[in-house]
Design a protein around this ligand. Structure first.
Ligand SMILES: NC(=O)c1ccc[n+]([C@@H]2O[C@H](COP(=O)([O-])OP(=O)(O)OC[C@H]3O[C@@H](n4cnc5c(N)ncnc54)[C@H](OP(=O)(O)O)[C@@H]3O)[C@@H](O)[C@H]2O)c1
Length: 496
């Protein structure tokens, strides 16, 4: 998704990271900003302010930031010289974002803000979004050149998302609101747009005639780590499906947009979200599987179950896994199931979309070869970003007759483009915010449509008192998830 030509880097910019000492800031945002700085991609006169409550002086913050960046950035990309010049841009301000009075201190730290683009990046809990927006307004830091970036999760339900959108909208008009779903900054996700809309090859077959079904898997080997408090109230449905998985589904299922402007793209995505068939409580048993990991092994190492994690709520019924059979009610996708699954403590860290095409309508090869899988398009977000089209070919050799085999037409990005490194999604997203391009951000109505669909399903669980099914860490989820797809005569692609 290119940046429209009219958008360009401003000459001066201030980036304020609220929650500047948190995990997200230290592990993702600052390393991304460091890369952008090192590659001269930031506006020349960019300043970065890290804001958090803890009292520490600037030197202590810079040390903390450097220590984390050294871990996150590849050794070959970290240079002491580049860090020194980056650190000159970086300043820590101790403040409490819930206190209006503290914003005076922020304004004072900024000193000159006239004519500068102001990016307020809210890497904090969503409960602070509305107070921060209000406080920015009071402090005069929400003028026409100010933009606000909201991290996910945007709320906990439709109701809370509406309240946040309303509060933000009272201060920032929609063209200045950037809601993050970092999957949208992924290089392969953008390549999916190029693949679909820059080639005539795919569009005619991108529909319910030739496509049998679609699978989207986002799996992690990690458990809940130190996010138990948050996760207990969220679960995989709110933490992953409501945002990342539905966004991926939209990019696969959307119609071609009229152009590459943010609104054209988002208009098409929101149509998909509104066409999602609601899953009624009586359909939950056959259409959705909730799971929670128990003790098991990851890479041969014993790991505890969810309820035995440090600081766990031992009565928690949060799901750490969810698998769904989703239908889209429109002409293009009628009759094509989308199987979605995501989970923690799975055998592999993987984000992958697999489009399964139907068998040829008339089969002329030996009947015993029919069991060979027909065409699949595999879009891999991680690891090894790339796109692979599985096609049937004939085995080479005189003795092979017309023996068929499946082989890949492969596009591995790091090999093909010989680039030194694939930029992290946050680099692209931060750059797009400074340029004012909203293509890779989620619009208000998209968030609301996604919550509407998810809330219906979550309410159904509540009404049925449905408990998550246990699955051992290191497996691909509860057996019921295998049954979910097997009932339709299919199986999950690539499970070992
Ligand atoms: N970590 C990730 O990779 C990730 C990924 C996607 C989304 N997110 C979301 O991003 C948000 C932040 O996540 P995180 O993991 O970075 O959380 P975290 O590690 O708990 O960090 C929270 C940050 O906010 C600051 N803070 C808390 N209350 C504050 C207040 N009243 N005023 C000013 N600063 C305040 C904290 O510093 P003080 O305690 O010193 O104030 C800290 O810097 C969460 O909503 C999370 O769900 C995180």
């Amino acid at each position: 998704m290119n940046t429209p030509a009219s958008l360009s880097l401003p000459s001066s910019c201030d980036i304020l990271v609220f929650g500047g000492s948190g995990d997200l800031a230290l592990h993702k945002l600052l390393p991304a900003l460091y890369h952008l700085h090192r590659e001269n991609r930031l506006p020349a006169d960019t300043r970065i302010f890290a804001l958090a409550r803890s009292q520490r002086d600037n030197a202590a913050y810079l040390e903390l930031a450097e220590r984390n960046c050294r871990v996150q950035v590849a050794r070959s990309d970290f240079s002491a010289e580049a860090w020194r010049s980056f650190a000159q841009r970086l300043q820590y301000v101790a403040m409490d974002a819930s206190q209006s009075a503290d914003f005076g201190r922020v304004a004072k730290a900024l000193k000159r803000s006239e004519g500068r683009v102001l990016v307020h990046y809210l890497a904090t809990a969503p409960s602070l979004f509305a107070p921060i927006a209000q406080n920015l307004k009071i402090a005069g830091l929400a003028g026409p050149l100010a933009r606000i970036v909201l991290e996910k999760p945007l709320g906990h339900s439709l109701e809370s998302a509406l309240a946040i959108n309303q509060a933000i909208g009272e201060v920032f008009d929609e063209s200045r609101v950037f809601r993050i779903d970092h999957y949208l900054g992924n290089e392969t996700v953008q390549n999916l747009m190029a693949l679909r809309f820059a080639n005539t090859l795919f569009e005619p077959v991108w529909r319910n005639g030739p496509i049998d079904h679609v699978q989207i898997t986002v799996s992690e080997t990690l458990g809940v780590e130190n996010r138990g408090g948050y996760y207990d109230h969220a679960g995989a449905m709110r933490d992953m499906v409501q945002n990342h998985l539905l966004q991926l589904l939209c990019l696969i299922a959307m119609d071609p947009p009229a152009d590459l402007t943010a609104d054209s793209i988002r208009d098409e995505k929101v149509k998909v979200l509104r066409a999602l068939e609601p899953i009624a409580p009586e359909q939950l048993a056959t259409r959705v599987v909730r799971g929670q990991y128990t003790a098991g092994y990851i890479d041969g190492k014993a790991v505890p179950g969810y309820l035995a994690e440090e600081n766990a709520n031992t009565n928690s019924d949060a799901e750490t896994f969810v698998a769904l059979r989703v239908a889209i009610r429109n002409w293009r996708w009628s009759g094509v199931p989308f199987y979605l699954r995501t989970g923690k403590r799975m055998p592999q860290k993987l984000s992958q979309i697999v489009i399964h095409f139907k068998e040829p309508p008339h089969y002329i090869f030996a009947p015993e070869q029919r069991s060979l899988i027909s065409n699949r398009l595999i879009i891999r977000l991680q690891p090894d970003e790339g796109i692979s089209l599985q096609v049937m070919t004939k085995d080479q050799g005189l003795g092979k007759g017309m023996q068929l085999r499946t082989g890949p037409l492969q596009l591995n990005f790091s090999e093909t483009f010989q680039t030194a490194r694939t930029p992290d999604a946050y680099e692209r997203l931060l750059l797009e915010v400074t340029q004012g391009s909203q293509n890779l951000f989620v619009r208000k109505d998209e968030i609301e449509a996604a919550w509407t669909w998810c809330d219906g399903l979550i309410d159904g669980w509540g009404r049925l008192g449905e408990e998550p099914k246990p699955y051992p860490a290191g497996s691909w989820g509860p057996q019921a998830a295998v049954a979910l797809i097997a009932r339709d005569g299919r199986d999950w692609y690539g499970d070992l």
